[in-house]
Write a protein that binds this ligand. Sequence first.
Ligand code: SIN
Length: 535
Amino acid sequence: MSTPTARYLVPFHPKQLRHFFTDVLIVGGGLAGLRAALAVDEKLSVLVVTKDTLQESNSAYAQGGIAAVLAEDDRFEDHVADTLAAGGSLCDVEVVEQVIREAPERIRELVDWGAKFDRLGNQLALGREGAHGRQRIAHAMGDATGKEVIRTVIGQIEKAPNVDIWENTFTIDLLTCEGTCRGAILWNRRHGRTMVWAKQTILATGGAGQLYRETTNPDVATGDGMAIAYRAGAELRDTEFMQFHPTVLYIAGSSRNLISEATRGEGARLIDRYGHRFMADYDPRGELAPRDVVSLAIVRQMEKTKHPNVYLDMTHLDAAKVLARFPSIAAVCAEFDLDITRDRIPVRPGAHYMMGGVTVDTAGRTTLPGLWAAGEVTSSGLHGANRLASNSLSEAMVYGVRAGHGASLAAAEQHDCFHALPLENERIDSPSEPLNLADIRNSLASLMWRSAGVRRDAEGLGEAAENIDRWRRYVLGRQFSDPTGWELQNMLCVARLMISAALLREETRGAHVRTDFPEADDAYWNRHTTFARDV
Ligand code: SIN
């Protein structure tokens, strides 16, 4: 990459800023971050910071559910095999086995805390999603699983006397000294910039879907955690692997709402503009093929039929059941004059889940001492090149517990580091010409969608690299004073890492489809891409 990345985005001097001390700092208030907070020993102080409110994480938007071996006749081996098959040989088998074996316990814990999962009699009702060999997806309120899970975990957090929450607080950078993470520099409207000194820090900031014009992710998913970890020197892995969800509502003027894969699990069909049910033309598993296969098939069918979308059709299903199972989807579609029991729903793929991220070991430890991570911000080895549907909430909980527990033990052993360190960063002269940041952000999202979307090739990726490098030269050379600028700087950092990895990987694997290298190259590429900045 031709533009060096500054170590810190803002100028600071410890004598001019407010200081705050905590045993464990958790950056990110989604499921992984909150679950990590609950795993820290109650004798230790925990500060959770989130750039929006606790309700605005990606986790809260999860519709489909949580995949786990919950039925008596299901087997861990089968869930493991489905996860590995979807992951395109890049999963870490040990991680897959551990997460899948622990997932049922994490779900039972949610039930004990009051989560109201949907039931059939006295059993959990289990749905089906793509590439699962059987029904194993626990869900809540039909299609609002994330909301219910987050509601439940917030209820537990409110009872935890040692956990403080700062909402609407942006984490600008991690503070590092002598190769160890010591906390972070944060900003909120109330206090301005604050140096938070922490014995141990956990990153749980979620994904980066906002880098793409078409995405299911909320506005907060701008890749901040990956960018701040990279600037601090932690290793990032497999950044070329962004998962595209096949069915995102495509109506001019609507936000790109997810239309859950669980709809296809209940029998919804994908048809093109002429009513042709096309999935069998691409894969014998039809609508329940893995996500990478379905997304690619949809893009090809859109091209073939010269139409900007395909349609999800549930009109042949029992209307009362459809409305009971998918109330949120029905409500969103109704706002656009669509009755999901009578009308076909216009859909196309959109960026959904970042499989690459900050490298963590099986304890949730990153390569930077003092820094742990959990959830979508990480590359743990669970998802490989293509995540199996509904495995992410399980990962968030399992790794939340691990990172929280690991950070807790490490912090408890540190007795001598509750003091500010003489870290500072100088002010630089920023050019006076104002920048239209929204314009650059929109251009970046369009460029990423065009060049690093469902399909990529060297020419498009090269064009993206050139453009991003040009934007980086004049955006990263400035010091901004509010989140709009910092977010854009983070997005440009992560986008460039995604493009670099996508250019390097000259093969097709999972969600990374190179039209100029259409086959998998197992002899050379059955391995990870990694990046770490010299600090
Ligand atoms: C969905 O409901 O289709 C999304 C679930 C997931 O991404 O795992």
